[in-house]
Design a protein. Structure first.
Length: 235
């Protein structure tokens, strides 16, 4: 539901509280849903996947960085979805394992979910999961347009917003230094080490985070990303 999420970001002020998102969807119907039940269902889904609450640091920092996103807004939002939905995060590895330029079909995702959760779902649920995963990674930017019954694996569009947010998520989970580039969210950017360091230092020069690289040592800092009552995991 990336289109709905982007519409919501455009309709609600960046400094708004959680209630403003609820009102925008349910009362103002900014997402143009036909019935009250559809509005309620959409609100619950978006809140579960994206939080829609600045009291949650994952959403708050995405909302701040969203202003700096250019062509990487879909990947930026996808990183938040992966952070809050384990099945997306766990499936990412199988997508990254496919070389860029090779075909990837819906069956790839069905094979993955069957191996990931053998015997846990009905046949119809496995098919539904595979369609949803296939569509999700297309929307996040890892898959190109359809060619027959498959899509071409491509690199997602990455900018300073997604780069900063991925680094923040891995830092939040206790990673630091050059090893942070191998964190699950940083690897989601699908960049070489040199490209990744260049992206982070560019983001640092623009004030999105603190970044310094010299002699193979990478130093990253995230001042003011967390409130006084919030803490990152320790290594």
């Amino acid at each position: 539901m990336l289109e709905e999420f982007e519409t919501l970001m455009g309709a609600v002020p960046p400094d708004a509280g959680a209630e403003a998102y609820r009102q925008a969807i349910l009362d103002e119907n900014v997402l143009h849903k036909a019935t009250a039940s559809n509005r309620e269902k959409t609100f619950k889904f978006l809140r579960r996947l994206y939080a829609l609450d600045p009291a949650t640091c994952l959403f708050r920092e995405l909302r701040r960085l969203h202003h700096f996103a250019a062509n990487d807004s879909r990947l930026l939002v996808g990183l938040l979805a992966m952070a809050r939905e384990p099945i997306l995060r766990e499936c990412l590895g199988s997508v990254l394992a496919i070389p860029n330029g090779e075909s990837i079909s819906r069956q790839h995702f069905e094979h993955w979910i069957r191996n990931h959760a053998p015997g846990q779902y009905s046949e119809s649920m496995y098919a539904s999961f595979s369609h949803n995963l296939y569509g999700s990674f297309y929307q996040f930017g890892y898959l190109g347009e359809s060619v027959g019954k498959a899509r071409c694996r491509i690199r997602p569009k990455v900018g300073i917003a997604a780069g900063t947010y991925a680094a923040f998520l891995d830092w939040l989970n206790g990673m630091s230094g050059i090893s942070l580039l191998q964190g699950p969210y940083s690897r989601a950017l699908d960049l070489s080490t040199d490209e990744h360091i260049a992206l982070l230092t560019t983001a640092g020069r623009q004030g999105l985070l603190k970044a310094a690289y010299s002699g193979g040592v990478l130093e990253l800092g995230f001042p003011d990303f967390l409130k006084s009552d919030e803490t990152r995991l320790t290594p």
